[in-house]
Design a binder for this molecule. Structure first.
Ligand code: PLP
Length: 399
């Protein structure tokens, strides 16, 4: 543990590339969501897929969050963090029967994404389930992170509510949770509010409910000058419409939300070092660095935008460049034709807002080890995950 938290000192001490997370900001975002929603009972869950680093997740759990898990690994992580099983919701998609049996043994509620899973859960003797519905339209910053509507694999189509009711009647299982998650990274709540009304109409016909979970998806302003999501208005609208729904339903149900990105994206930075600056005869300049889409795939996968700063020479004259990584793929690009301070080899760059779906989606492609993760918590700085070594990576093979 050390108290030296300047990026340069962190890189000197822990190497490059390096993910760094600011836990104070994570906690502030977690509190902001709680403050925005006045309806009680309210139970936020953290969509731990966004950033499973235990130190980050523990900070959110410390704010009274449960966990939205999507795999046996995420359930295990949640339980190891000390989260009560009843505060873990396992949102399955295409789970195996063995995974189902394990979740039941762990005492975790399964959020069924298909009728056949609900039926198999019921036939296994489970008494309760949550059902994820697809409210027919989705939202999100990119089609690959739109998780509702006709093109997605997720959820039970809203028109199949009658089948859900039939399974309840025939098997005795009780649907205690009604869930949706329409997509990720939206900055406008229009589609979200519309789909909440769809989900409340569905929920009205499920007699055994204990909670309604309206999912995550709140975006953050990745681009300079972009307006932040209006959380206060969304919270007030959601609280009021849920109160009206509960009045119609005849009982006060628990409201759940499950943000991921909003809680952790802005708290994370990927630091990298410039390894080469190449000027081609056509005038195109490539600033190459010591990380790549193996450590941050969002740009290559979702055409995402991340602000980039040159920490070493922030005031150098501006130059339009492509910022690229060290992976042997043409798509290994962090920014195209971006005006940045003229860079030189050895400069340290910050890729901002990379706390969500950054390290969480990292791979060892090109047999490049994973970077270290550091957390800053007020005056203290600690290693949350050691840098992987090539030896560790190779040791996984059976030689
Ligand atoms: C079921 C579910 N809930 C919540 C989330 C969190 O989404 P976000 O990080 O956009 O808030 C996701 C992300 O894809 C998800 O699949």
């Amino acid at each position: 543990m050390t108290s030296a938290a300047s990026p340069a000192s962190l890189i000197e001490l822990h190497g490059s590339p390096l993910y760094v997370y600011d836990l104070a900001l994570v906690r502030a975002r977690a509190q902001q969501v709680r403050a925005a929603i006045s309806w009680q009972p309210f139970q936020p869950l953290y969509a731990i897929k966004a950033n499973p680093c235990p130190a980050v997740a523990a900070a959110i759990v410390g704010e009274g969050y449960g966990i939205d898990a999507v795999s046996p690994g995420e359930v295990a992580l949640a339980l190891r963090l000390g989260v009560r099983p009843d505060l873990v919701l396992y949102t399955e998609n295409n789970m195996t029967d063995a995974e189902q049996a394990l979740a039941i043994a762990q005492g975790v509620l399964i959020n069924c994404g298909s009728l056949d899973r609900l039926e198999r859960l019921a036939r296994s003797g489970a008494k309760q389930a949550c059902v994820r519905f697809n409210p027919e339209f989705g939202d999100g910053a990119h089609e690959k992170i739109c998780t509702a509507g006709p093109l997605t694999k997720f959820g039970v189509h809203q028109s199949l509510l009658g089948e859900v009711r039939r399974i309840e009647r025939e098997t005795g299982i009780q649907v205690v949770g009604c869930h949706m998650h329409i997509g990720s990274g939206f900055l406008d709540a229009t589609a979200f509010s519309k789909s909440c009304e769809v989900i409340f109409a569905i929920a009205a016909q499920l007699p055994h409910l204990q909670f309604v979970d309206v999912g995550g998806g709140i975006g953050i302003p990745y681009r300079e000058g972009q307006a932040a999501f209006d959380l206060a208005t969304m919270g007030a609208t959601l609280s009021a419409s849920f109160a009206a729904f509960c009045h119609r339903y005849g009982r006060a149900l628990e409201l759940r939300v499950e943000p991921g990105r909003f809680l952790v994206a802005e708290a994370g930075t990927l630091y990298t070092t410039v390894t080469s600056v190449k000027s081609n005869p056509d005038g195109r300049v490539f600033v190459g660095c010591d990380t790549g889409f193996n450590h941050l795939v969002r740009v290559a996968m979702y055409d995402a935008y991340h602000r980039i700063s040159n920490l070493t020479r922030p005031h150098a004259p501006s130059q339009v460049v492509d910022v690229v990584g060290n992976i042997c793929e043409s798509g290994d690009v962090f920014a195209r034709q971006r005006a940045l301070p003229t860079a030189q080899p050895g400069d340290q760059l910050a890729l901002h807002d990379t706390g969500a779906y950054g390290m969480a989606m990292a791979s060892t492609y090109n047999t490049r080890p994973l970077p270290a993760e550091i957390v800053i918590d007020g005056p203290t700085v600690r290693v949350a995950r050691r840098r992987q070594t090539v030896d560790e990576l190779l040791a996984q093979y059976v030689w």
